[in-house]
Design a protein around this ligand. Structure first.
Ligand SMILES: Cc1cc2nc3c(=O)[nH]c(=O)nc-3n(C[C@H](O)[C@H](O)[C@H](O)COP(=O)(O)OP(=O)(O)OC[C@H]3O[C@@H](n4cnc5c(N)ncnc54)[C@H](O)[C@@H]3O)c2cc1C
Length: 282
């Protein structure tokens, strides 16, 4: 689950990385000065926006989300509720025309989760932080489907965890501008209908870290080798090897990413990079 993965990364990095919770960036200057809602301004060589589909960093550096997002005609809602039926590795599902609702549970979870998926010809009118409006839209979409679905909808008023969003893809021509770059859903969200986006986020961050380690103190010369093109992750190929700062051996052709078992040769840590050992198993 996403929260388990977040904890694994946090535990592995917390001794070396400064985490600041409960704050957000309000501006980034071309020189790298970053202003926050709460904390004092600070200067950074590089700002990596890893803040998801509705990225604030992307908005500040590249402009409004609507320029990059493509709605693909459906919405997804998830809520947490008590696993009263003791579901363990099972999914109970109701399928209708243009809408599906299912509840699943797993042994290691303390709760069960209900997933609502429905089609919509047009984009619905709501703000991505307006939770009451999102719950109202979900109730409307699943009204009258089945008594069990009605009981799941009743949990909307009590649930401790709720998610609702359009199924949207993010397509950009470039992920870097000045001192700002993007990783994960912020730069290349394929949307939950496609899947694999966590792997894309992790591989993208790994490749970026390798490029930065290789660039050393001159990241501006090297990082632009990694570009988005044709809506997919594709390394920029050097033109006749003459492009400034380009190294042919750093390119990551898309066909190699995730291809076959084991670790693709292209994803080995860059020369000079010191990979962190795996965290000890609990
Ligand atoms: C219901 C659902 C099911 C999914 N299932 C799968 C699956 O089975 N497999 C899969 O590979 N992927 C799945 N995904 C997709 C996966 O969750 C995302 O692709 C992945 O989490 C992207 O990681 P990320 O770090 O780029 O962004 P996120 O996980 O979205 O993290 C962004 C972080 O930035 C923070 N943030 C956002 N805005 C701000 C701000 N203004 N200031 C400060 N912080 C901010 C957020 O709090 C969050 O912690 C699913 C997604 C959903 C919604």
């Amino acid at each position: 689950m996403r929260d388990d993965l977040s904890e694994i990364y946090h535990d592995a990095a917390r001794d070396d990385v400064e985490y600041v919770f409960g704050d957000s960036i309000t501006s980034i200057s071309p020189g790298g000065e970053v202003r926050f809602e709460n904390a004092a301004p600070r200067r950074f060589d590089l700002v990596v926006g890893a803040d998801g589909l509705h990225s604030n960093v992307r908005r500040l550096a590249f402009g409004d989300e609507s320029a990059f997002s493509a709605f693909i005609g459906a919405y997804l809602g998830v809520l947490s509720l008590p696993n009263l039926s003791g579901l363990d590795g099972e999914l109970r599902i109701h399928v209708g025309v243009g809408r599906t609702a299912g509840m699943y549970g797993a042994r290691h979870l303390g709760d069960a989760r209900v997933l609502f998926l429905f089609r919509s010809e047009r984009q619905l009118d709501y703000h991505h932080r307006d939770v009451p409006r999102q719950k109202e839209l979900l109730r409307d979409a699943f009204k009258g489907m089945h008594p069990e679905v009605e009981r799941w909808l009743d949990e909307l008023d009590r649930t401790p965890a709720f998610y609702f969003d359009s199924i949207t893809q993010l397509r950009m021509d470039t992920w870097s501008r000045g001192r700002v770059t993007l990783v994960g859903d912020a730069g290349y969200c394929p949307g939950p209908a496609v899947g694999g986006s966590t792997s894309l986020a992790v591989v993208g961050a790994y490749v970026l870290a390798g490029e930065l380690a290789r660039a050393g103190r001159r990241p501006r010369a090297r990082v632009p080798r990694l570009r988005a093109r044709d809506g997919g992750a594709r390394a920029r190929q050097p033109r006749g090897g003459a492009e400034r700062g380009a190294h042919p051996d750093s390119c990551v052709p898309p066909r190699r990413v995730g291809a076959g078992p084991g670790r693709p040769a292209d994803l080995r840590p860059a020369r000079g990079a010191q990979p962190r050992p795996d965290p000890p198993r609990q």
